[in-house]
Design a protein around this ligand. Structure first.
Ligand code: SF4
Length: 365
C-alpha cells in the first residue's frame, strides 16, 4: 500500500497514569524494549512504500525508548520520508533531555507533541503523571533550544478534583506553542479512575467554551473539535485521518487504512504475540461503500471548516442529499449543522453533542 501517513506505536511508559486507557505498558524491561525495537523496524520495512506525507511516533511514550533505539527506528523510516514530511514524536516531560532533543531534531524529526495535561502539580500528581509543571517548562525550553518550532501541547480539562483550571489555559497562552490539543478528562472503566464522578455535561461544556474563546482571542485557529493551531500549523497527520487518507500503522495495536482497497486493518494487541508472530495483523475490516459514505461525514465533520458536498459527489458519484437528505433535515431542524455554499459543518451546539450527530450518519445506513 502506498501510504500518505505512517503511524508508529511505541507502547512503553514510565508508569501508568490513573486515567489511561491507551495501549500502554508501564513496566517493560530493557530486553523487551530491545525486542520491540527490532520488531518495529522489521514491520516498517515490510509495510512502508513510497514517500510518506507524515510520520507520527505515538504511544505510550515513544521517548521511553533509549535514544539509540529511537534513532534506529527513525533510520528505518528514513527511506520513506523526504524534506517535506511532517515528522512528529510524542514525548512526556522529563523523559527527554537537551541531548536527546538535539539528536531527534538532527535526525529529521520536525514536530514534537508534549503531554503537559495540567499546570497544577497537585492535579498532575493525582492524574498519576510523573512530571511537574516545572519539568514540562524545562523540557519545552530545551525543545525550543534544540530547534523545534512546531510544538503541540496536550491539555486535559474538566478534571473533577481540579481547582483554578482557568490558570492552565492562561499559562499555556503565555507559553504560546504553535498547536494545542485540549481534551476533557474521560473516566473509563478499567482505569484507576473507574468510579470517579465526572463533571456534569454542563460544566464540561462551559469549560470547553471558555478554553475555545480564550485560545481564539489569543490568535489560535480552532480547526478541529479539540485542536487549535497558530499560523496554519495544523497536525497534518491527524488531518489525514479526518479526511480519510491512507496510512499504515506499525506496532502493537496499530491501525492501518488502505483507501484504494477500502480496508482497515488492526494489529494484535498482545505484546507477546506481537513480538513472536510474523503476521502482526489481528483483524481486517472491509469498508463498504455505505461505511465509507458515513465515515466521510463523521470523520470530516470533526474539522470546523466542515465537509464539501462537491467532494462527496466527486468521491461517490451520487449527491449527499440523495443519501442523507433526511439526516440533514433533522440536524438542521435541531440546529446541529449549518448548510451553506455546498458545505456542511457543525454548529457550536453540534460540536457540544458531536457524538450524537455522528451517530445519525451511522444509524441511517
Ligand atoms: S503517558 Fe499517556 S499512554 Fe502513558 S500511561 Fe500516561 S496517559 Fe497512558
Amino acid at each position: 500500500m502506498k501510504n500518505t501517513g505512517i503511524y508508529v506505536h511505541i507502547p512503553f511508559c514510565a508508569s501508568r497514569c490513573n486515567y489511561c486507557n491507551f495501549l500502554s505498558i508501564g513496566d517493560a524491561d530493557a530486553e523487551v524494549k530491545e525486542k520491540y525495537t527490532k520488531a518495529l523496524i522489521e514491520e516498517i520495512r515490510a509495510k512502508a512504500e513510497g514517500k510518506a506525507d507524515t510520520v507520527y511516533l505515538g504511544g505510550g511514550t515513544p521517548t521511553a525508548l533509549s535514544l539509540l533505539q529511537i534513532l534506529r527506528v527513525i533510520d528505518a523510516l528514513r527511506p520513506y520520508t523526504d524534506k517535506n514530511t511532517e515528522f512528529t514524536i510524542e514525548a512526556n516531560p522529563k523523559t527527554v533531555d537537551k541531548h536527546y532533543l538535539y539528536k531527534l531534531e538532527d535526525a529529521g524529526v520536525n514536530r514534537i507533541s508534549f503531554g503537559m495535561q495540567s499546570t497544577n502539580d497537585g492535579v498532575l500528581k493525582k492524574l498519576g503523571r510523573t512530571h511537574t509543571y516545572a519539568d514540562f517548562w524545562d523540557t519545552y525550553n530545551a525543545a525550543q533550544d534544540a530547534g523545534f518550532n512546531n510544538i503541540n501541547v496536550d491539555l486535559i480539562s474538566a478534571v473533577p478534583f481540579a481547582e483554578k483550571e482557568k490558570d492552565d489555559i492562561h499559562r499555556l497562552i503565555n507559553i504560546s506553542p504553535s498547536h494545542i490539543s485540549a481534551y476533557s478528562l474521560s473516566i473509563e472503566n478499567g482505569t484507576n479512575f473507574e468510579g470517579l464522578t465526572a463533571v456534569s455535561d454542563e460544566v464540561d461544556r462551559a469549560k470547553y467554551a471558555y478554553i475555545k474563546e480564550e485560545l481564539q482571542n489569543a490568535g489560535y485557529e480552532w480547526y478541529e473539535i479539540s485542536n487549535f493551531a497558530k499560523n496554519g500549523k495544523y497536525s497534518r497527520h491527524n488531518t489525514a485521518y479526518w479526511t480519510r487518507k491512507s496510512y499504515i500503522g506499525v506496532g502493537l495495536g496499530a491501525h492501518s487504512f488502505d483507501k484504494e482497497k477500502s480496508v482497515r486493518y488492526s494489529n494484535v494487541t498482545e505484546l507477546e504475540t506481537y513480538l513472536s508472530e510474523e503476521n502482526k495483523i489481528a483483524e481486517t475490516t472491509e469498508i463498504t461503500r455505505t461505511d465509507a459514505m458515513a465515515e466521510f461525514f463523521f470523520l470530516g465533520l470533526r474539522l470546523i471548516r466542515g465537509v464539501s458536498l462537491h467532494d462527496f459527489y466527486d468521491e461517490f458519484g451520487v449527491s449527499a442529499e440523495s443519501i442523507y437528505g433526511g439526516v440533514f433535515d433533522n440536524l438542521l431542524k435541531h440546529r446541529l449543522i449549518h448548510k451553506e455554499g455546498g458545505v456542511i459543518r457543525l454548529t457550536d451546539y453540534g460540536v457540544d453533542v458531536s457524538n450524537t450527530v455522528f451517530t445519525e450518519f451511522i444509524q441511517s445506513n
